[in-house]
Design a protein around this ligand. Sequence first.
Ligand SMILES: *Cc1c(COP(=O)(O)O)cnc(C)c1O
Length: 492
Amino acid sequence: MHYVSTRDQSLSYTAAQAIEQGLSRDGGLFLPETFPTLPDLETLRPMTYEQRAAAIMGLFLEGFTQEELLTFARKAYGPEKFDCPQVAPVRELHCKTHILELWHGPTCAFKDMALQMLPHLLTASMQKNGEEKTVCILVATSGDTGKAALEGFKDVNGTKIMVFYPKDGVSDIQQLQMVTQAGENVGVCAVVGNFDDAQTGVKQIFSDPAVRETLAARGYVLSSANSINWGRVLPQVVYYISAYCDLLNEGKIAMGDQINVCVPTGNFGNILACYYARKMGLPVGKLICASNANNVLTDFLKTGVYDRNRPFYNTVSPSMDILISSNLERLLFDLTGSDAEVRDYMAQLSATGRYEVSDRVKAAIGDLFVSGCCDDARTLNTIEKIFHQTGYLMDTHTAVAYTVLQDYRAATADDTVTVVASTASPFKFCDSVLEALGVADRQPGTAILDQLTQVTGKAAPAPLAALAGKAVRFTEFVEKQEMPAVVDAFLR
Ligand SMILES: *Cc1c(COP(=O)(O)O)cnc(C)c1O
């Protein structure tokens, strides 16, 4: 199976090339030329998560053996990395509502599902392509992605990783997670300024040919771990299929029953993976796309007009605070079937911040997607209400999705069994969760983890609980213009 770019269908790439390159040279995103059909669910049902991952990913990755993929899956999702054997367990909230917990990995957020796998796919791709250099991943992070990438690439042969974060722009817990990072091949550095300063600095390093040349001479090639790489989307397809198998195994649904899926959405990667699972034949009815106050996607899916010219809000679900959802481009390609049409929309987006899709695309979106948004007050209210009604504690992102699902159910008579993607442990967002529970006086630093345990009776995930006793390894902070020197010193 070959891969094409959303902006140029005429060139084709192998899976290994698409994963190594990340982004196509024309600015487009890679996707498979054709989609495989779902394997027989009866054969997937008895499998472990790791086996399901190898079986499903293998359909997309010509040139990778099953044995190879199973080894990657065991390294990515094994007991040293994930704290429960189901990896992505499905918990019943009510008989019609199930929570797919995607945060049992080392950083307690759903980014682990993809970033634990990507390093293995990337290093294997480089070998297959005959690339002998060591890959150095550069990341600018506003919090979650940096830590998940550090954990994914930590001590993976043939890789190094350097993460820059804004000095006063991440939470105490997020900072501690990064500055205590273990691993021989990792670097972490704070940048004076905000996330944009860190991001601009990284982009400048990437686009400087002199830096690339110097590093190439030392045997390094730079790469990124951001969410548009196909190697990050593909591992996410697995958990929707796996969840369906788990629901079958637990007798919650019968073979062939449709389910709805509700996803708290930012960059559109997670919900896109579900769209692909459906395209392969998974019985999914509606895809419910949930946003916070940054509701550019809600408007787009309802009206066909994407317009990023609007205020940006900092919300209690910060991983969804986004105005440009990069992965939407892949959906547009699929619905239009035309690279020319996608090129046109993306050109309008970069020129004016706005585009409107054709009536045909609007109709296709309307058949499949439902969208909704909710503000911080309703998000916090949902956390409190669900905890008191059911004892289930959810984080702010999951609560956005749950609220939007309730709105959808209230507005329609649709009572299809629904899977809600839960994207972070509530302990990752202690401050907002405690606020939701009415606790006004909140502890600083890691003490807030114990506070949430005292209030709810729930235990903090081990990787967060362990933070309190960890030694700080990385104390360096620099001005933005010093970032190239930090990378230079790191790659000596
Ligand atoms: C990244 C993230 C999201 C958004 O996922 P997308 O794939 O970007 O739509 C939602 N919740 C959490 C906790 C995240 O870290």
